[in-house]
Design a protein. Structure first.
Length: 274
């Protein structure tokens, strides 16, 4: 049973923990309307923001911040005010926040990594994951170059889904599809998963929850359970810990009710900043 099937459309679902990553607020391709609708349907004890929540790389070149992005921040602040513990784990696109690591503001905590204990007793490392990306870590100019090419794909993705909505079709990610078909991208994902799982096992954790590569997945890698939140740019995915400690992967594509609800809030693609 998928998490989408577990959620009644008319009331909030009570869960223990949510993990989201790579929302890239401040960019035109952030699926902020879908994200706000997703967050609104849950009551949760904790929510981990697993890096690249605010895209500092893009904001350096110009400010783009529409109301939908403010709505996500407001939703998170409201959750915090109502008792949800918010743990913001920094990533490479919001690395400007790393100088403030270990900052605590009420129910909001800023960290570079975190340790999570599930209801069934597992210890999980929660980390964005850019530390295990050789290109991001040692060849930053290649990372920026790749980011530009990736942005072009996302522009195509944005317009494709605009027209899909117009004709009554659900959300579908062209960029995610291409990523899964290109051999070098598949190899990169595999290398990343192995590197971060190896470090997790070395440090004695039962599993790892990360983001960074925009590829949502739950899989067993030796003694370690590897879990990636995915993103809210391409695939619109999240991880959900239920009250019994089990963790499931949420995909917007499997949730047509939320797709239709958020589509009503979404504006047509625009090249003008708000």
């Amino acid at each position: 049973m998928t998490s989408a099937q577990r959620v009644p459309p008319s009331r909030k679902q009570r869960v223990r923990t949510l993990w989201i990553s790579d929302t890239h607020l401040g960019t035109r391709d952030s699926q902020a309307e879908h994200l706000a609708a997703f967050l609104k349907r849950y009551h949760t004890d904790k929510i981990y923001l697993v890096g690249d929540i605010i895209d500092g790389w893009k904001l350096r070149s110009g400010v783009y911040w529409p109301q939908a992005h403010t709505n996500v921040i407001r939703r998170l602040l409201t959750m915090s005010k109502r008792g949800t513990e918010v743990i913001y784990v920094t990533g490479n696109h919001d690395e400007f926040l790393r100088r403030y690591s270990k900052l605590l503001l009420g129910n909001i905590q800023l960290v570079d990594e975190a340790e999570h204990h599930t209801a069934d007793g597992r210890r999980l490392l929660v980390i964005h994951g850019d530390q295990f990306d050789v290109i991001t870590r040692y060849h930053r100019w290649l990372a920026f170059l790749g980011d530009s090419a990736y942005s072009l794909t996302l522009v195509l993705n944005r317009w494709l889904n605009h027209w899909r909505r117009r004709y009554g079709y659900g959300y579908w990610s062209l960029s995610a599809y291409l990523k899964h078909k290109v051999k070098t991208a598949v190899n990169f994902i595999s290398d990343f998963e192995q590197a971060i799982s190896h470090e997790c096992a070395r440090r004695g954790f039962n599993g790892v929850i990360c983001g960074h590569i925009h590829h949502a997945e739950i899989r067993q890698m030796g003694a370690v359970q590897y879990m990636n939140c995915g993103d809210w740019v391409e695939s619109c995915t999240a991880l959900v810990e239920h009250l019994d400690g089990s963790i499931s992967l949420y995909r917007l594509a499997d949730d047509p009710l939320l797709t239709r609800a958020a589509a009503g809030l979404a504006a047509a693609p625009s090249d003008s900043a708000t």
